[in-house]
Design a binder for this molecule. Structure first.
Ligand code: AMP
Ligand code: TRP
Length: 328
């Protein structure tokens, strides 16, 4: 069996956070050594919610630079911007005829995002169909994501199976790759919710936060009234989240981290967490500063979209033929 292809996407909808890094990006870096990898800045997904046009453009470039700064090697991976490969939108449209309203309106992320909005766009509803198109276009067998994307991936699998049943074996059915530790980094000011770039800046550490901001945010992180530094996600969600962040940043297990801080006070513990996070971010921020706005970055993205478009064209063509499109 040939080695599975890897595909994953990151939205340019805000600052990337250490949740993105610990839950997804750091796995991308490992996978590039073992698999043929495609990583995509999914600007069309970001447009399912209102975006400021200038900011979206700047963030798209910023996210691409950050992916590289985290350690992706353009000689090993194909890194590109989703809208640069029109086949994503085309396959998405073809999939609409295979997707049911019920399965989209039941998605928890749709329900969360639609809640408290006066109007809900069909973009928000159809978001997971575009994600299925992203993955299936590259015949990806493995999709590294955080825990929040599990349900979307289930839909991508269902669409692949449905298509294969109706039109004959065409798509690889993708498997999610969700890590045991770090797949759900929680918010610093409410550890019962996931850390998200769409919340207030105090709730997350951004990959580009300077050291003093990292220290201040972690010092303010919500903990609990006890004194023990123990990993107990139910009873001590704040402390458990900080232990996870520390362990992954320092390259230790959660058990080792617990032992290290046994008997220490919360304030000292938070300082140690901040130091480990700052050290993780230091090389990423340095490389980011070299890349942002550079001709090197533009060249990498141009080459990436060229390579991606070649692979995508083969799949799209097969799908068009099978579905009955009269080819030009
Ligand atoms: P997004 O920023 O929503 O495009 O997410 C990019 C990747 O980061 C996806 O694989 C998400 O599942 C992952 N991710 C986002 N937030 C978190 C979090 N708080 N903890 C772990 N993984 C996350
Ligand atoms: N929906 C994903 C997120 O918000 C981003 C995404 C878009 C993605 N297309 C994808 C992730 C394909 C994995 C595979 O995190």
């Amino acid at each position: 069996m040939p080695m599975a292809r890897v595909f994953s996407g990151v939205q340019p909808s805000g600052d990337l956070t250490i949740g993105n890094y610990l839950g997804a990006l750091r796995h991308f870096v490992v996978l590039q050594h073992e698999h043929e990898c495609y990583f995509c800045v999914v600007d069309l997904h970001a447009l399912t919610l209102p975006q400021d046009p200038g900011e979206l453009r700047a963030r798209t470039e910023k996210v691409a630079a950050l992916l590289l700064a985290c350690g992706l090697d353009p000689a090993r991976v194909t890194l590109f911007v989703q809208s640069h490969v029109p086949a994503h939108a085309e396959l998405c449209w073809l999939f609409f005829g295979l997707t049911y309203l019920g399965e989209l309106s039941r998605m928890t992320q749709f329900k969360d995002k639609a809640r408290n909005r006066k109007t809900v766009t069909t973009g928000l509803l159809n978001y997971p169909v575009l994600m299925a198109a992203d993955i299936l276009l590259y015949q990806a067998g493995l999709v590294p994501v955080g825990d929040d994307q599990k349900q979307h991936l289930e839909l991508a699998r269902d669409i692949a199976v449905r298509f294969n049943n109706r039109f004959g074996e065409t798509f690889v059915v993708p498997e999610p790759m969700i890590a045991k530790v770090g797949a759900r980094i929680m918010s610093l000011d409410d550890p019962t919710r996931k850390m998200s770039k769409s919340e207030t800046p105090d709730s997350y550490v951004a990959l580009l936060d300077p050291p003093e901001v990292v220290a201040a945010k972690l010092a303010r992180a919500v903990t609990d009234s006890g004194r023990e530094i123990r990993y107990r996600p139910k009873e001590k969600p704040g402390i458990s989240n900080l232990l996870t962040i520390y362990a992954l940043s320092a390259g230790k297990t959660v058990r080792e981290a617990e032992a290290e801080f046994d008997g220490l006070g919360y304030a000292d513990f938070k300082k140690a967490v901040a130091e480990a996070v700052v050290e993780t971010l230091r090389p990423i921020q340095a490389r980011y500063r070299e890349l942002i706005g550079s001709a090197e970055l533009r060249d990498i993205l141009r080459e990436g979209s060229r390579r991606a478009a070649d692979v995508a064209a083969v799949t799209l063509r097969t799908v068009q033929e099978k579905m009955g499109i009269l080819l030009p």
